[in-house]
Design a protein around this ligand. Structure first.
Ligand code: F0G
Length: 414
């Protein structure tokens, strides 16, 4: 164990404290979520200089991640590109727009940031195997890190998970259980069986995942100057909470003056969190049959809603709801205007900002960072990009020249 980091687990409601080798994911007294709490007065970080000579990525910030760095299970995750979008910004309607391209992670989504830390923790705890429920990306990521750690891995996947993600989990050697049901049902099953099977649960209800994902906040703080807003697609509510934790820790340490405002975006048919915030309620009302084209965030009972609520309220941010049409339009615009491929859930972050600008909730003069959480190839569906041009023809030069001459005379940039 890395003895230099003073930390413990703490219940977000009754404040009960647990040691770092606690295997549970919930408070034994009240059942609520746990946080990893660092004793920030004792960590050896008082300026950015300690990090600056190291390569980019999750483990650049090792002093703020209380697991054993020397035993880390890593595929060099994090350190993803921050893309300055000089064409998409006009489409969205803001002065400056950046996409944080999490699709560049080893398995193509931000989940890798969480898995490198949480699977390292699993090894520290000497678990016999790992399990998760997943709309796909968590399964793909866990399967990869479990294989690297030599741990058996089981994933439970709902109907409608994207093929690319399922293929990844298969390729990395996970056991897949496909249920004829939703993600929420899959997670309920995992929570019910995990104790009995003696496996370690690696959904984002396991706070060690968020300890890795918080580095997204650290990276943005290093990369983006001045004031800006952050837009995050929201499903199970883990990532927005994790990024906020990162910013909050940096603020406490004096490494940033102000944390950015955080905006969570949900799909219309799967928006219990956004509705709760909009209606100023203190409790979430689950959506029983969530529907959206963005299968990654097709979630009706987000487990981390309390943490996400903290993120939105403490940062003085907000929420937005977007339709499937708006998501697909944004996915297309990101690809066609910037050459960046993101999956539908990721595009929700951009669609949400466009909508908030149109509604006057975000000023056109703002600088905005959208978290693009997963890669386009996770969920390849050419039908969603119609119209497009595929010329099917014989390998006949004259014929192709003729066809192309006709096409190029009418070609226009979409
Ligand atoms: N974007 C993508 C591409 C995701 O895969 C997910 C979640 C989210 C956004 C939402 O993040 O749940 O932390 O609010 N995917 C999970 C999974 C649920 O199983 O892969 P969140």
């Amino acid at each position: 164990m890395n003895q230099r980091i003073d930390a413990w687990l703490q219940c977000i409601s009754c404040r009960s404290i647990y040691p770092l080798d606690y295997r549970g994911y919930a408070c034994e007294k009240c059942g609520d979520l746990l946080d990893v709490v660092l004793d920030l007065d004792k960590v050896e970080v008082r300026s950015w200089s300690i990090f600056r000579d190291r390569s980019r990525g999750v483990w650049r910030y090792r002093e703020l991640i209380p697991v054993d760095f020397s035993k880390r299970v890593t595929l060099r995750e994090g350190g993803t590109p921050l893309i300055d979008c000089k064409r998409l910004n006009e489409w969205v309607g803001v002065k400056e727009l950046y996409l944080k391209f999490e699709g560049a992670n080893p398995t193509g989504s931000f989940k890798d940031r969480g898995m490198t830390v949480a699977v390292t923790k699993a090894l520290e705890l000497n678990v016999r195997g790992v399990i998760c429920a997943s709309t796909g990306n968590t399964a793909a990521s866990l399967a990869a890190y479990a294989s690297r750690a030599g741990l058996p891995c089981i994933t439970i996947i709902p109907e409608g998970a994207a093929l690319g993600k399922i293929f990844q989990a298969i390729a990395y050697g996970a056991i897949l259980i496909k249920i004829k049901g939703s993600f929420d049902q899959a997670l309920k099953i995992v929570i019910s069986v995990v104790g009995e099977l003696g496996l370690y649960l690696l959904n984002s209800i396991n706070t060690w995942r968020l300890e890795g994902q918080k580095t997204l906040g650290y990276e943005l703080a290093e990369e983006v100057d001045g004031e800006y807003l952050v837009s995050v697609p929201v499903g199970n509510c883990g990532n927005i909470a994790a990024i906020w934790k990162g910013f909050s820790e940096l603020k406490y340490l004096g490494l940033i003056d102000e944390a950015p405002r955080m905006f969570g975006v949900q799909a219309e048919g799967a928006s219990p969190f956004a509705k709760m915030v909009e209606e100023c309620r203190e409790k979430i009302e689950p959506v029983e049959n969530p529907q959206t084209i963005a299968s990654a965030i097709r979630i009706g009972r987000p487990v981390n809603w309390k943490k996400a609520l903290r993120a939105v309220r403490e940062s003085r941010g907000g929420v937005e709801v977007v339709s499937d049409g708006e998501i697909l339009e944004a996915q297309r615009a990101i690809a066609r205007l910037e050459g960046l491929g993101v999956e539908p859930a990721s595009a929700a972050s951009v669609a949400g900002v466009k909508k908030m600008v149109a509604e006057g909730r975000i000023d056109r003069g703002e600088k905005v960072v959208c978290i693009c959480t997963g890669h386009l190839l996770k969920d390849p569906n050419p039908d969603l990009f119609k119209p497009f041009t595929i010329l099917e023809t014989e390998p006949d030069l004259q014929k192709i020249i003729k066809e192309l001459t006709e096409i190029t005379s009418i070609i226009k940039i979409q």
